[in-house]
Ligand binder design. Structure first.
Ligand SMILES: Cc1cc2nc3c(=O)[nH]c(=O)nc-3n(C[C@H](O)[C@H](O)[C@H](O)COP(=O)(O)OP(=O)(O)OC[C@H]3O[C@@H](n4cnc5c(N)ncnc54)[C@H](O)[C@@H]3O)c2cc1C
Length: 373
């Protein structure tokens, strides 16, 4: 069987991976010289902690297992089972962490409530002020700038995989074929469109308006910290965004402790992970209204710097990079992904939202199972 995959972000690459694993031939078509979308711009967090119980958590846990296995075979993608800590600073935040630890699925996530000293034993770089921390053992990380390249190298070594960059797919032709902007036709037994947040053009033509929206985020990365940040770190604002933390305790937190005005204005939380070079990737903001800003704003970065410095108890190293990224998210955010058969033999897979890096191996596995690859 021959599978045509369009889009070389993590969703497309994981579809290529599963197809090749099952013995099929893959032709992978990408518009850019290298993918430059959300899959490169993210934290690389394989993030289990805040997932909604049920399908979303099951998908994230399965994906975490797949990432670990693939990471063992492809060390260049930088899989690390580092877990995460969410420090809490007062009784209101602590109550949300306690409610999380009391969830029936807490053990599956590896949740544990740590004292500040226990948290510092796990992550000695956290020398700032906080009362306790929520530990999530299942959280992990990969290197987003390297992962697709490392996976592609492994795919090329199988001899079953062809990568065709600098070709924009413009048209779906009949069943199981696409035409690129050089006029070349690529036909196979199945076509999977993994075109990320590009919802106009090809996607609008083949699928019309789909229940998926675009979300823009601001990010930054520092010079090396000069010491290990042994876990990912989130702040208690993340409780306000992730469904796993919905509880009476969260309602009380929301009512009694308004978010910092900058954080509220830009729908922010702190997420932070150390890169293999020692730098810290730090974010994020959420922008939903169009047209999106074309430039990055300084206020959110200043807020994030204050929060990080308060946890680390030291100044942040110089910021080396700032960027923004856009992901596609199902409007019904309880849906893990938008998977649609747009023609016989042609599937569109998009809209995994802020969990696409985490869930893509399991999303692609499900597509492969459903299509009988
Ligand atoms: C700032 C940021 C931080 C994030 N952090 C995390 C995180 O830590 N953990 C997590 O789980 N998720 C995270 N996400 C979400 C995650 O990155 C995305 O859900 C995921 O990368 C989506 O992958 P994708 O392959 O669908 O899209 P993309 O990576 O955008 O790839 C789509 C590709 O398709 C190509 N393409 C589009 N149209 C065509 C065409 N017609 N022909 C050929 N090629 C085409 C594009 O050029 C692009 O390379 C984050 C997202 C952002 C923006």
């Amino acid at each position: 069987m021959k599978v045509i995959v369009v889009g070389a972000g993590v969703v497309g690459t994981m579809h290529a991976w599963h197809a090749v694993e099952r013995g099929h031939e893959v032709v992978h078509i990408e518009r850019e010289a290298e993918a430059r979308g959300a899959s490169l711009r993210n934290f690389g967090q394989i993030w289990v902690s805040g997932r909604a119980g049920g399908e979303e958590l099951d998908t994230a846990l399965r994906a975490r297992e797949l990432w670990e296995g693939i990471g063992a075979r492809v060390p260049g993608l930088g899989f690390r089972a580092i877990g995460s800590l969410t420090p809490v600073r007062n009784e209101l935040e602590l109550a949300v962490a306690e409610a999380a630890v009391a969830r029936p699925d807490a053990a599956a996530r590896g949740y544990k409530l740590l004292t500040a000293d226990e948290a510092r034993a796990v992550n000695p770089a956290l020398r700032g002020t906080f009362e306790a921390a929520l530990w999530c053992e299942r959280d992990a990380a990969v290197e987003p700038r390297l992962a697709q390249l490392a996976l592609r190298e492994a795919l090329l070594a199988t001899g079953k995989y062809t990568f065709l960059p600098n070709r924009e797919v413009r048209d779906v032709v009949g069943e199981n074929a696409v035409r690129d902007d050089r006029g070349e036709l690529h036909s196979g037994d199945a076509v999977v469109l993994c075109t990320g947040a590009w919802l106009s053009g090809l996607v609008r033509e083949v699928a019309g308006e789909i229940p998926v929206r675009r979300v823009r985020l601001q990010m930054m990365q520092t010079e090396p910290l000069g010491e290990a940040l042994t876990t990912s770190v989130a702040d208690a604002d993340s409780f306000r965004y992730y469904p796993a933390y919905a509880s009476e305790a969260l309602d009380s937190l929301q009512a009694a402790q308004p978010q910092d005005p900058t954080a509220a204005a830009h729908k922010m939380q702190l997420l932070m992970v150390q890169r293999l070079d020692g730098g810290l990737t730090i974010g994020d903001t959420h922008e939903y209204e169009h047209p999106f800003a074309f430039d990055t704003l300084e206020d959110p970065y200043e807020h994030l710097t204050r929060v990080v410095e308060s946890f680390l108890g030291r100044p942040l190293p110089k910021i080396r990079r700032r960027w923004a990224g856009v992901y596609a998210q199902c409007v019904d955010t309880s849906r893990v992904v938008h998977r649609q058969r747009v023609r016989d033999g042609v599937w569109l897979v998009t809209g995994p939202g802020g969990r696409g890096m985490t869930c893509s191996p399991a999303i692609a596995e499900k597509t492969a199972d459903e299509l009988g690859w």
